[in-house]
Design a protein around this ligand. Structure first.
Ligand SMILES: O=C(O)c1ccccc1NCC(=O)[C@H](O)[C@H](O)COP(=O)(O)O
Length: 235
């Protein structure tokens, strides 16, 4: 049965980390961009991750980091995945990931005039450049780089790409079921849509969001099952 992976980003408090784990998040994101209201220091992330149980991935999010900044985070927390969310080049991402020996996601910030083929070209360029490349995270282009709670035009996502991406940008309990059923992304990523305030997660919103994703998974399973097992005698 399809199970859409879930990343909850921008964790800054122990109670929010515990609540996100309790509702079933597969990955937790920690923001190392100082201009973000969700920013945490490497030491703070390390202290938070003391409560990170097995099989829940720690994701470190950067905007145009130096190698030293990523190395400091890699030394401070259980770093399963790097998320490059700035203007980093292919070469810079590949070099940093190789130096710290960690896989990475490339955030592609989608604009209204983004050409769908560009997304496929971007994925190919990264997959060709680095064995550490994991996937594209498709987010909405905003001046603050991310975490803005704004949705982009999902019709820009090529059908052949959708199963390999992390869908992000303005997700919430009201739109994610439709998004997951329509696009069937490998994973979804959320920050604003499960917050009471920037950097302060709301446990009830997190639970409702996960339930919406699971409802979508059940719909997909049902559709797939009935397509493969037509009711006998049906016209
Ligand atoms: O979360 C931030 O504050 C942030 C700041 C700068 C760059 C990226 C940032 N977040 C990246 C994420 O992975 C967010 O989860 C993603 O942008 C979606 O955020 P939202 O639209 O609020 O769900």
């Amino acid at each position: 049965m399809q199970r859409t992976r879930i990343k909850i980003c921008g964790i800054t408090r122990e109670e929010d980390l515990s609540a996100a784990v309790a509702v079933g998040a597969d990955a937790l994101g920690f923001v190392f961009y100082p201009k973000s209201p969700r920013y945490v220091t490497p030491a703070r992330a390390g202290a938070l991750c003391a409560g990170l149980p097995p099989f829940v991935s720690g994701v470190a999010l950067f905007v145009n980091p130096t190698l030293a900044e990523v190395q400091e985070v890699a030394a401070a927390m259980p770093l399963a995945l790097i998320q490059f969310h700035g203007d980093e080049t292919v070469e810079q991402c590949a070099a940093i990931a190789a130096a710290v020996q960690r896989p990475f996601m490339r955030a592609f910030r989608v604009k209204p005039d983004t050409i769908p083929g560009t997304l496929l070209e971007c994925e190919l360029a990264y997959r060709t450049a680095s064995p550490w490349f994991s996937s594209l995270l498709l987010d909405t282009y905003v001046d603050a780089y991310g975490g803005a709670g704004k949705v982009f035009d999902w019709s820009l996502i090529p059908k052949e790409l959708a199963p390999r991406v992390v869908l992000s940008g303005g997700l919430n309990v009201h739109n994610t079921t439709d998004g997951v059923v329509r696009l069937r992304p490998f994973a979804v990523d959320i920050s604003s849509g499960v917050e009471a305030a920037k950097g302060i997660k709301d446990a009830r919103k997190m639970a409702a969001f996960v339930a919406a994703v699971r409802a979508a998974d059940a719909t997909i399973h049902s559709e797939t099952y009935h397509a493969e097992h037509p009711i006998q005698g049906s016209a």
